[in-house]
Design a protein around this ligand. Structure first.
Ligand code: PLP
Length: 392
């Protein structure tokens, strides 16, 4: 017996259950089409909502910054790793989002790990949507606060939990995803805000899938609902619609200032590199200049979803460019995904435990990078595979 035998057994168990994740390798830049494991396929998988991951303006900005400022920040932000580009990016993001201040992190994931433990501790309580993202759950656990889940997007359930529990704790935080990535539905933020206001509780939204997607020109969920100045903390990411990498926290200056003092991934882990920061700045420029990419994204999403419905597919409760194609059992979703891949379309099957039992699906991620022809090719493949497998 070796001390790693148990790991081998766990891996074999995953393989036997069909849950072992074989990770595909992308051999081309991100875009509407990808080379995946050597095969050219239509990309329905990535979070590259606006096609910025390989946009010439971002690539040029990154190259220019490399020549002028080098590659790495070489220290954590609080010692000697805060470069002019990081500060400029934070200033521009705050302006873009219409908030007092913003701070950036290495990723959306670390933004949550930094923010939640800085705001609540073991004498406190967190009211958390049952379907919140893993990074919210991990941030909440790290904080040591009591975590009380409420039913998904259910403001009544939230208020019930507050009524039963609030008085036993020092402080409280309500936290929700803005857009839920498996179903594409949007949190009822105006109603959640009313509850937060009524009980005077801090309100935090993680808008990773709404940043660059929702609101005017992609300004996010707070802009989408006209809640400026009302949501205390807005977390976002620059790894999805922004096409680069990095996390954002935007909100009141006092909270952002506090995160510079107490956000552990800010204090103890280095920031994104010079070309990353420069490319993110170029993304802000593009979004401020024009709403064209965001408009194209929504036009594509509306077209694709309407055509899928017309074909007879069930696209669930989505309100965003995330398009789940509900299939039921996981083996069917996996077979559907394989058949699509053979037909030149790359779209992921999602099954338990990523989504509930019996709610397996293919998830299509629409992008502004898709031309109408691309979407039509994708629809044709869905039609053929759907008929072959008896789904439509
Ligand atoms: C993708 C995602 C994250 C993580 O963002 P990264 O920048 O990739 O770390 C965090 N929260 C939510 C809700 C997400 O969808």
């Amino acid at each position: 017996m070796s001390k790693t035998d148990w790991i081998q057994q766990e891996i074999e168990a995953l393989q036997n259950a069909g849950l072992y994740n074989r990770i595909r390798t992308i051999g081309s830049p991100q875009g509407a089409w990808l080379v995946v494991d050597g095969k050219k396929v239509l990309n329905f998988c990535s979070n590259n909502y606006l096609g910025l991951a390989n946009h010439p303006a971002l690539v040029a900005a990154a190259k220019k910054a490399l020549d002028e400022m080098g590659v790495g920040p070489a220290a954590v932000r609080s010692i000697a790793g805060t470069m002019t580009l990081h500060v400029e990016l934070e200033k521009r993001l705050a302006q873009f989002k219409g908030v007092e201040a913003a701070i950036t992190f290495q990723s959306g994931f670390t933004a949550n790990l930094a923010t939640i433990p800085a705001l609540v501790g073991k004498e406190d309580v967190i009211f958390s949507d049952r379907l919140n993202h893993a990074s919210i759950i991990d941030g909440a656990r790290l904080s040591g606060a009591k975590i009380i889940p409420y039913e998904h997007n259910d403001v009544k359930s939230l208020e019930e939990q507050i009524n039963v529990n609030l008085s036993q704790y020092r402080r409280a935080l309500i936290v929700t995803d803005g857009v839920f990535s498996m179903d594409g539905d949007i949190a009822p933020l105006p109603d959640i805000y009313e509850v937060a206001k009524k009980y005077d509780i801090l309100l935090m939204v993680d808008d990773a899938h709404g940043e660059g997607v929702l609101g005017k020109g992609g300004r996010g969920i707070v802009d989408h609902f006209g809640l400026h100045g009302k949501v205390d903390v807005e977390v976002g990411t620059m790894s999805k619609a922004f096409g680069v990498v990095g996390g954002i926290v935007a909100g009141k200056a006092v909270i952002i200032d506090w995160l510079r003092q107490r956000g552990r991934p800010f204090l103890f882990s280095s920031a994104v590199t010079v070309p990353d920061a420069a490319a993110c700045l170029a993304a802000v420029d593009l979004l401020e200049d024009s709403t064209q990419l965001v408009d194209k994204l929504w036009e594509n999403a509306k077209y694709f979803k309407a055509e899928m419905k017309a074909l007879g597919f069930n696209t669930g409760v989505t309100e965003t460019p995330i398009t789940p194609v509900m299939l039921g059992e996981a083996p069917l979703a996996q077979q559907f995904s394989r058949e699509l891949f053979d037909a030149g379309v790359f779209a992921m099957a999602l099954g338990f435990p990523t989504v509930p039992q019996g709610k397996a699906r293919i998830r299509v991620m629409i992008s502004a990078a898709h031309a109408k022809d691309d979407l039509d090719q994708g629809l044709e493949a869905f039609k053929n595979v759907g008929k072959k497998l008896g789904v439509i």
